[in-house]
Design a protein. Structure first.
Lengths: 115, 110
């Protein structure tokens, strides 16, 4: 089926540093998402993005977070500065449509460890 | 309140047995997806099933939207089926975000 790729698979950084997580969505998809899963906890929605804009964000999407997709390249999640509580697996997803019958396709996740 | 409830929380089977996993929603939704999460964390989409019954190989999902529930049946389980099965629904506000359950941890023994 359609594949979403995420780079890197693992990232270890020191608290306070900046990190950028990269997502290569399904090629004809227009809607993009980030989810966060802390170890042993539920997957939670962070943000969705369409046509160059954030459409919705949850309370987990702190001011230190930003997303963009410059010129149709990677869809990125940037955290600046990072905090210990940002340690989690971050999943990217994409869909071809919005709302009903818009299946979301997920990437394998990036495991972020903040020391 | 948990908007997506999954049961059982854990399930242990002998190889070749069938598994029945349940998902219920506290509110109405138009969108249900089932996922498998490998022990290392990688997420695999299993079935997208907003309503009715869908089958993929040994997996069958039945969603009854008006009763706010969905089930996933795994037939002839294999050791490699072990992992966490997640159910997710569309956020009720009409926004396009998925709300996940806590999952069913499946262990298939030889």
């Amino acid at each position: 089926g359609p594949k979403v790729l995420q780079i890197p698979s693992h990232q270890i950084i020191d608290m306070g540093q900046m990190v950028t997580l990269n997502c290569d969505p399904v090629s004809n998809h227009l809607y993009f998402y980030w989810y966060k899963q802390i170890l042993g906890q539920q997957m939670e929605f962070l943000v969705n993005f369409y046509n160059g804009k954030v459409m919705e964000k949850s309370k987990l999407f702190k001011d230190q977070f930003s997303v963009e997709r410059p010129d149709g390249s990677y869809f990125t999640l940037k955290i600046q500065p990072t905090a210990l509580e940002d340690s989690a697996v971050y999943f990217c997803a994409s869909s071809s449509d919005w709302g009903n019958y818009a299946e979301q396709f997920f990437g394998p996740g990036t495991r972020l460890t903040v020391l | 309140e948990q908007q997506v409830q999954q049961s059982p929380a854990s399930l242990v089977l002998q190889e070749a047995e069938n598994a029945e996993l349940q998902c219920s929603f506290s509110i109405f939704t138009n969108q249900v997806q089932w996922f498998y999460q490998r022990p290392g964390g990688r997420l695999v989409s299993l079935l997208y099933n907003p309503s009715g019954t869908k089958q993929s190989g040994r997996l069958t999902s039945t969603t009854v939207i008006k009763e706010r529930r969905s089930s996933l049946h795994i037939s002839s389980s294999q050791i490699t089926d072990s992992g966490t099965y997640l159910c997710a629904m569309e956020h009720p506000s009409g926004s396009w975000q998925l709300i996940f359950g806590s999952g069913t941890q499946l262990t298939v023994m030889p």
